[in-house]
Ligand binder design. Structure first.
Ligand SMILES: [Zn+2]
Length: 344
């Protein structure tokens, strides 16, 4: 099945509107808050993209229920569950975790009444116990609770707590509960019910979704969701479009990441849906891989030549990628991260 002209046109419109949102969010910086944008947009056929501020997930609607990607967080998941029930009238049957990072994988409990939660087997060792939904405010924050209602409202918050308020207020009720604060520390990721090793195929309502593990990349438990009929891959933090890899590769693996992107390229897709920023196409995936290859080449050479991180941050630049999002901010961090990982 190939994309029609109309579909390509609508993908282009989505990409345009997403890039507008992306640049608006980029100007606000990297926190969990931002513009308070929640949206559902069609990618192709029954496949939709779900936005929660700067994070994106994906879901496929079938006659027997929904197969979705990351729940993102409890507030986002509650909103999405309601929207899916209202718009499509079917329950969520599968939640697929892209990886264990709490900013994507939190809130799965919202779907546990109808869905099977699935993740790569390496995810199990990475996740902390979920936060207690009835957790009280920690004492230091309880002291801010002037009206003694058990939560902190914006006019009670101070300093960093006030700055981060919108991002921490996952259910957007205008107050921070003990649960929201505990969940934000990384503790609201429900364990997957089922895990897989190399690949797994989900079938529901006559439609198919493939899950693939292509080795260590952005984490050691990264799942690529592949929608063959819609020729779309959901890559989350692993491949982004016209945007540098996130900061210093944190828990990532180099050069393994390059091989994992090559394996993604071997799938028959036209659309790449990242977990942040704009939609893209096959060429964008190739470009992302080529950027990382160039970075790894230059940093490896620098290490071999006995240069320091600061030397390389002063020397390395990539004119052909300088228009990408976060180029100025994250290139020095990409260099430092690659240096750290490739020196190990
Ligand atoms: Zn991540």
């Amino acid at each position: 099945m190939s994309l029609t002209k109309n579909t390509l046109y609508s993908v282009a419109i989505i990409a345009l509107s997403m890039s507008f949102i992306g640049s608006a969010n980029a100007q606000r910086g990297g926190g969990g808050g931002g513009g308070g944008t929640r949206a559902i947009t069609q990618i192709e056929g029954d496949l939709y993209r779900f936005q929660n501020n700067q994070h994106f997930s994906i879901f496929l609607v079938t006659s027997d229920g929904v197969i979705m990607g990351d729940p993102i967080n409890r507030g986002a998941a509650e909103w999405l569950k309601e929207e899916i029930a209202t718009r499509f009238g079917v329950p969520v049957k599968y939640v697929v975790y892209s990886h264990h990072h709490a900013d994507h994988a939190s809130g799965g409990a919202v779907f546990a009444d109808t869905a099977t939660l699935i993740g790569h087997e390496n995810m199990l060792a990475q996740i902390a116990p979920p936060a207690d939904p009835d957790a009280a405010l920690p004492p230091r924050l309880a002291a801010l609770d002037a009206n003694e209602n058990g939560t902190v409202e914006l006019d009670e918050a101070q300093g960093q707590l006030a700055n981060r308020f919108r991002g921490l207020d996952a259910n957007r009720d205008g107050s921070l509960s003990g649960f929201e604060l505990a969940a934000a520390r990384g503790g609201d990721v429900l364990r997957p019910d089922e895990t897989y090793t190399d690949s797994m195929t989900l079938e529901l309502g006559g439609q198919t979704v493939e899950l693939h593990y292509f080795g260590k990349s952005h984490s050691d438990n990264m799942t690529i969701m592949y929608f063959p009929a819609e020729k779309t891959v959901f890559t989350v933090d692993f491949i982004t479009v016209n945007r540098l890899p996130f900061r210093d590769f944190a828990e990532g693996y180099l050069p393994d990441l390059i091989e994992a992107i090559r394996q993604t390229e071997a799938l028959d897709f036209d659309v790449v849906a990242p977990g942040h920023g704009v939609l893209g196409n096959r060429q964008d995936v190739v470009a992302h891989r080529q950027y990382i290859e160039a970075l790894v080449d230059q940093v490896s050479q620098g290490i071999a030549d006995g240069k320091s991180v600061a030397d390389l941050q002063g020397e390395i630049s990539f004119d052909q990628y300088s228009s990408w999002a976060q180029y100025d901010q994250w290139l020095p961090l990409n260099i430092a991260g690659a240096y750290r990982i490739l020196s190990e």
